[in-house]
Design a protein around this ligand. Structure first.
Ligand code: FAD
Length: 435
């Protein structure tokens, strides 16, 4: 993994276009706070912001590198509907009444994200419009079903299924035979959103420390968190490190496994080419088990990403690898220049559902992780529910945290083999489920 790190960490579209030039100090003192948050991505910052909005603002966020160093500053910026990949599979854990609550939770994420950007005046290119795409008739039939489910969940939303030639009105590619245009989804500059949310949290009293990796935690009524240059004592703690936890807290790191996605951003394209790719400038993904995803950014770049489909490996050249996929979808982009290529890890849970809860040996130490590649929208609602659990408690926190988290045996020693087996299974079961 280490030999791949510099390519995964290469300057990416987000760092090159960040609008908030803010840096936070390193922790070099001892602090007493109500809540200490470990990890400065969407999960850590949004939970802190939710708590601060409730009046619990004596919070310290400790980030090992810089805000958005993790998945939050590397993702596709796709604001998709829902939460988790297969919410229906949760029924065996929560029952039919619990499912109603989960569906309600799942419908809130995108609204919270947009409201937050608006409330705090965050400049994050928030854009409405999402295209779910079918590459064959099996997937088209699934999209028909999804259209009904989407409409049932959000009756007031603009949601439209099309097939045949009308698909060209949604996306400029001959590859797709059907599509749903869902105006409740969309896309966002996720790093700028995060930095704006961090600024909002700080304005309410939250303290943020960058370049402050946590090296040890001692649990107790008062939790002691150590970095190389400082100590934070807190009544409550939140682990929000997702794919970067690196075994620091074994109880939760054993419950996810990392997989990787790779992205490119092209040179800026003409308005005409952007309109051809994306008539409503939405975000898009197909509905295959491992998706291709893309969108046109505010600067007219095409941002495109994917992951390996069956065998888990790091492509030798992310730009060339994505260009091949891009060429298959948009032959007219065969010669565009690629300005940025990068990648990132995604922590996957066994059931592909995000995990929240508290540690068995310290009920005041909470965690959130395992968005399984789908955390931009979900982190906004999951962390609202989590903040309820950390503060006053709530029925929906109790429900979400009751979903069991299976341990993934061999996750460290046999990661590529496990992920290859999981991807093969995911493809096969996806085929029989209309994907
Ligand atoms: C390439 C890629 C594309 C993606 N595309 C999409 C998409 O289009 N749509 C979507 O919904 N989701 C997408 N995702 C997933 C989404 O980005 C993540 O689910 C989400 O950002 C996770 O946020 P987080 O805050 O939980 O974790 P992260 O953003 O990963 O943050 C964790 C932070 O913890 C810090 N940390 C780790 N250890 C320590 C320590 N010891 N001390 C202090 N800090 C520590 C890390 O430095 C990191 O900044 C994508 C992910 C990747 C990698």
């Amino acid at each position: 993994m280490n030999k791949h790190r510099s390519r995964l960490d290469a300057v990416n579209y987000y760092t090159a276009t960040r609008k908030y030039d803010v840096q936070y100090p390193r922790l070099t003192q001892d602090l007493d706070v109500d809540v200490v948050v470990i990890g400065g991505g969407f999960s850590g910052v949004n939970t802190a912001l939710e708590l601060a909005e409730k009046g619990i603002a004596n919070i310290a966020i400790l980030e090992a590198r810089h805000l958005g160093y993790g998945g939050t500053g590397r993702n596709g910026g796709q604001v998709m509907a829902g939460i988790g990949h297969d919410i229906d599979a949760m029924e065996k854990h929560v029952g039919p009444d619990g499912m109603n609550i989960l569906f309600q939770i799942a419908s809130e994420g995108a609204g919270i994200l947009r409201a937050r950007a608006e409330k705090y005046g965050i400049n994050a290119d928030v854009h409405r419009g999402y295209g779910y795409l079918a590459v064959n008739q099996r997937q088209a039939r699934t999209l028909r079903k999804w259209e009904k489910e989407f409409r049932d969940a959000e009756p007031d939303e603009d949601i439209q299924y099309v097939d045949g030639p009308a698909v060209q009105g949604i996306v400029g590619s001959d590859v797709y035979c059907a599509a749903i245009r869902h105006m409740g989804g969309g896309h966002v500059h996720s790093l700028n959103l995060l930095l704006g949310e961090a600024r909002a949290a700080v304005s309410l009293g939250v303290k943020i420390f960058e370049n402050s990796p946590v090296t040890a935690v001692e649990y107790g009524d008062t939790i002691i968190v150590r970095t190389n240059a400082g100590i934070v004592r807190a009544r409550k703690l939140l682990w929000a490190c997702d794919s970067f936890l690196d075994g620091l807290e074994p109880e939760i790191s054993s419950r996810t496994i990392n997989t990787y996605s790779f992205q490119i951003a092209t040179e800026p394209l003409s308005d005409a080419v952007c309109a051809q790719i994306s008539p409503f400038r939405g975000a898009y993904s197909d509905i295959s088990p491992v998706i291709n995803y893309f969108r046109v950014t505010a600067e007219n770049r095409l941002l495109f990403g994917s992951a390996t489909r069956l065998v888990e490996y790091f492509p030798a050249d992310y730009a060339a690898w994505n260009r091949d996929l891009l060429r298959g979808l948009f032959p007219y982009l065969a010669d565009v220049k690629i300005d940025y290529a990068w990648g990132g890890a995604m922590a996957c849970s066994a059931n592909l559902f995000p995990q929240i809860g508290s540690l068995s040996r310290c009920r005041n130490a909470f965690f959130v992780q395992g968005y399984s590649g789908f955390g931009v929208t979900p982190s906004h609602i999951v962390c609202k529910v989590l903040a309820e659990g950390i503060s006053e408690g709530s029925a929906r926190y109790d429900l979400m945290s009751s979903i069991p988290h299976a341990r993934i045996l061999g996750r460290d020693k046999a990661r590529p083999a496990i992920m290859t087996a999981a991807k093969s299974w995911h493809q096969l079961s996806g085929f029989f489920n209309g994907r």
